[in-house]
Design a binder for this molecule. Structure first.
Ligand SMILES: [Zn+2]
Length: 320
């Protein structure tokens, strides 16, 4: 629908006409506390979610919609009965809530209006959107809009904990061709496809093999570029033979390989910290063995870099 479509005016009129009823029905639904409880016969998520789902379906019926309660796991409303083999669209919201918690200055289950905001547990997540979906269906039904696909407004009862409402639906009923959810921060949140928790691990690697490949690649590339950019002579090689041998065999070959092998068993944070300390060790060794000293400015620079290295390697505590 583009912005000039005349149907917008009829939607605006519908909202205006139903504003008070919408607020009243949000209040009615919020008034049913629906935190998950111990399962009971006929109430798989406890009495609260069962009662809230029943209340939402009662409201849907008052709006003239067809409803279905799937054993108090989940329920839905639709503009007319949808056949099992019919393609349909769906919205999904939920009527269960998270525990009210502390800090309320009034009853969390009694909706209040303050500064233009509705206050109450579940107003935004997700009882308000649940009622709005039902009214959207009422609009479609009352306006007699010709729909290419019928719409089912699913009302879950276990979203806040385990999503077993959706599991139950998926097991027993046909899936919609397309579904969106006006949950919580809609329109920022407009779909829920489940979560993924996992650990991505690279295949196990032989440390010695890895360091050999690294040395090989680096030495081939370095040799090529040495001849491209410089003109090394045999005399130079002879003069620097001891240094080259020490650097190649001890520093790179032995020390680096030991580092790779040792690193494998270390916690990644500690490993990267230890590696970042390379320059600190070299400064200390330069002072101890070669008698090199640093000026005050250089020492300040070292201190700054050290602080930055430590800060960057601290584990992120904000991650949830
Ligand atoms: Zn939610």
């Amino acid at each position: 629908m583009n912005v000039n479509d005349p149907r917008w005016a009829s939607i605006d009129a519908f909202v205006e006409e139903n504003r008070d009823n919408i607020l009243r029905d949000i209040t009615r639904l919020v008034a049913v506390p629906s935190v998950e409880g111990a399962p009971e016969p006929g109430a798989p998520f406890g009495p609260g979610p069962k009662a809230a789902l029943a209340k939402a379906l009662e409201i849907a019926e008052e709006l003239g919609l067809s409803t279905c309660n799937a054993d108090s796991y989940i329920g839905w409303a639709e503009t007319g009965t949808i056949a099992d083999d019919q393609k349909f669209l769906a919205t999904i919201t939920h009527t269960d809530v998270v525990p009210e918690g502390n800090g309320w200055d009034a009853d969390p289950y009694t909706v209040r209006v303050r500064d233009g905001w509705l206050l109450g547990r579940g107003v935004a997540d997700d009882k308000g959107p649940s009622i709005l979906c039902l009214y959207a269906l009422k609009y479609l039904k009352d306006s007699g809009a010709a729909l290419k696909y019928p719409v089912r407004a699913l009302l879950g009862a276990n979203e806040e904990t385990n999503m077993h409402d959706v599991d139950y639906y998926a097991e027993h009923y046909p899936m919609p061709a397309f579904c969106f959810t006006p949950d919580a921060e809609f329109p920022v949140c407009n779909g829920e496809k489940g979560g993924f928790n996992g650990e991505i691990v690279s295949p196990k690697l032989d440390g010695i093999q890895l360091s050999f490949v690294q040395f090989f690649v680096v030495s081939v590339l370095s040799t090529i570029f040495a001849f491209v950019f410089e003109a090394p002579s045999p005399d130079q090689f002879r003069a620097a033979a001891v240094s080259i041998a020490y650097c190649g065999i001890m520093s790179s070959g032995v020390a680096y390989t030991l580092q790779i092998v040792g690193q494998k068993a270390l916690d990644p944070t500690i490993a990267s910290l230890a590696m970042c300390l390379e320059s600190v060790f070299s400064a200390l060794a330069g002072w101890l063995i070669l008698g090199e000293t640093l000026s005050t400015t250089e020492l300040c620079g070292c201190g700054l870099m050290f602080a930055a290295i430590v800060a960057s390697q601290l584990p992120d505590k904000k991650k949830v």
